[in-house]
Design a binder for this molecule. Sequence first.
Ligand SMILES: Cc1cc2nc3c(=O)[nH]c(=O)nc-3n(C[C@H](O)[C@H](O)[C@H](O)COP(=O)(O)OP(=O)(O)OC[C@H]3O[C@@H](n4cnc5c(N)ncnc54)[C@H](O)[C@@H]3O)c2cc1C
Length: 398
Amino acid sequence: MPDRESQIEHRKSRVVIAGAGPAGSSLAIRLAKAGFEVVLIEREKFPRHKLCGEFVSPECIRHFNDLGVGGQMLDAAGDRIVATNFYSQSGRSVSVPSEWLGGDSALGISRDVMDATLIEEARRAGAEVFEETSLVEVERDGDRVGQLSVRTADGSRRTIGGDLFVDATGRSCVLANLVRRKISGRSGTVHPERRYIGFKAHLENVDLEPGVCEIYLFDGGYGGLNFVGNGVANHCFLVTSETFKAAGSVSCLLDEVVYRNPRARKAMENSRPLFDWLAVSVGRFGRKELTPTANLFTVGDSAAFIDPFTGSGMLLALESAELLADAIVGGHDIGAVYTRTYEARFAGRLRVSGLLRGAASWPRAASGLIASLSASRSILRRIARATRGERRRTSRTT
Ligand SMILES: Cc1cc2nc3c(=O)[nH]c(=O)nc-3n(C[C@H](O)[C@H](O)[C@H](O)COP(=O)(O)OP(=O)(O)OC[C@H]3O[C@@H](n4cnc5c(N)ncnc54)[C@H](O)[C@@H]3O)c2cc1C
């Protein structure tokens, strides 16, 4: 039976989106172009650096074209990445061509440029965009979301009402967690079994071949390196919190943990960071709730966090936003339609990525996996494809 609560009056509705990463901004563009009244709230002032591997999977280019920013993204790309090479700590390696993932090349794009381009396009498409505006509280209307309370750059508070609300705040799921506490009385905090810490900096003077992304596996984590422009490379790595505690500082982590992978040492031992290392805590991987209430939906990392070594988090963000936009434009039983299409598109790849993460977290297993995959290109190709969805060349929401 259709969920009447999640039907909306087509195109007269006001959609409020919290978070302007690739999921929130791309959803705002699609819905604004489809004629909806869209409000987009973002805590930061763009451009801003964002912790990420900055490997933009080839399939994202189709989304950028749909969104009207394809040319700008290609111009902004600091590298066209034709292969990703994985190196184990024991020195074994395996190469995955980008064409297996669904396009000729992936892009190396700095998130400060990419995210600023998308939020600007959302503004141009007609969305009302508030930067430096943080979602801090939610007002309920029965068992639905009534309005959001936000804090603006000058410290004042205001409320924003709407018909539909979208949590695009990333892994922190700020809106969904507020709603769980306020409306369903459940705790919004999840205690993961294991915590990771991610680090990122742009480096100059790396020893890396253009056109290649390198992934280094080491005891306690893994990291990636690819160019993002003007000879500058992005280094982003993830370690367990115990590994970080034992090392005590980023420079010790690099020397004693990351550089135990010989290829990582060779690539970066003479490099220099161009800004202070960014660090974030990374908790739970995998699925979260898609429709916490009848008029609230989650997209991007707020809906599911896929393992970063797949280099497909931004793709998931863009794809899930497209699915939700299609469901909202359809206007009937939005929650059920979104859930069904989301499951069909992502369940398999989230499962495969989880299994690969399990193997990658054991250095001997990772080394064995890399050795056996380097011997079988067809299995390697099937696994690489399994971290992605069906190949789709065309489709427009707007
Ligand atoms: C270590 C690491 C490496 C990664 N490497 C890659 C990679 O190479 N390639 C790839 O495709 N993916 C990678 N990812 C994943 C990728 O970064 C995410 O999947 C992607 O950013 C998700 O986009 P999003 O829009 O859902 O969330 P985000 O990009 O996180 O955007 C959320 C936005 O919400 C805003 N926000 C948060 N709280 C509030 C609030 N209270 N009020 C208002 N706004 C708020 C934030 O400021 C942010 O701009 C990596 C992730 C990690 C942790």
